[in-house]
Ligand binder design. Structure first.
Ligand code: AMP
Length: 215
């Protein structure tokens, strides 16, 4: 049984690490960002409400997020634990989550905090591109497509997500510093915080996380 929260600034590699952790411990990977993106794409009422906040790098209001997470973690596949990626993002969300856990008689195992410096992350994020058709990720400096703007795999258009532009990225960091980084102290006080140096290769970071989580 593992109930894990993954914390870290935008672009720290939470999504990548989450995939590996979820597979290793056989628990669902719940990314609130992914859920919102899927809703935006499908044009659901939730997606319509969330879209503007996301595109400008702001947080979606707590009440929308909390309701969504509460429903999701009561699904049967979460009975043996879950990994939350991108939630909680604010102190009120963390308080809500604590109350939920108490109500359900559940305990959180660990909060993995992937630490990477903002000065490293901003250029990484602004260089990100993705294929509009197949979703393959690229990077303008470290992994550009062979032909500019064209996906190597499917020939689709390689573009920059609107939340990866410099202005939005800077805004996301501002929001992170103001609203999310206080969670580090919050979980430290509760004895749940497990910091990991995220400025290493994907497999090293993964190894460090597994060492913290145990078998
Ligand atoms: P992410 O993929 O986790 O970076 O999330 C992308 C965007 O979705 C964020 O910039 C927010 O606008 C929104 N979002 C995701 N998770 C949350 C959350 N827990 N609280 C508020 N907004 C969120």
């Amino acid at each position: 049984m593992k109930r894990i929260v993954l914390l870290g600034p935008p672009g720290a590699g939470k999504g990548t690490q989450a995939e590996g952790i979820a597979a290793k411990y056989n628990i669902p990977h719940i990314s609130t960002g992914e859920i919102f993106r899927a809703n935006v794409k499908e044009g659901t009422p939730l997606g319509i409400k969330a879209r503007e906040y996301m595109e400008s790098g702001h947080l979606v209001p707590d009440e929308l997020v909390c309701e969504l997470v509460e429903d999701r973690i009561q699904e049967p596949d979460c009975a043996n634990g879950y990994l939350l990626d991108g939630f909680p993002r604010t102190v009120p969300q963390a308080r809500f989550f604590d109350e939920f856990l108490e109500k359900m008689g559940q305990e959180l195992d660990k909060v993995i905090d992937i630490e990477v410096d903002e000065d490293v992350l901003i250029p990484r994020m602004v260089g990100r591109r993705v294929c509009r058709q197949c979703g393959r990720p690229y990077h303008m400096i470290t992994m550009p497509p062979k032909v500019e703007g064209v996906c190597d795999v499917c020939g689709g258009e390689v573009y920059q997500r609107s939340d990866d532009t410099l202005e939005t990225v800077q805004n996301r960091f501002r929001v992170y510093n103001e609203q999310t980084s206080p969670l580090t102290e919050y979980y430290k006080e509760k004895g749940k915080l497990a910091p990991v140096n995220g400025d290493a290769g994907i497999s090293e970071v993964f190894g460090a996380i597994c060492a913290l989580l145990g078998e």
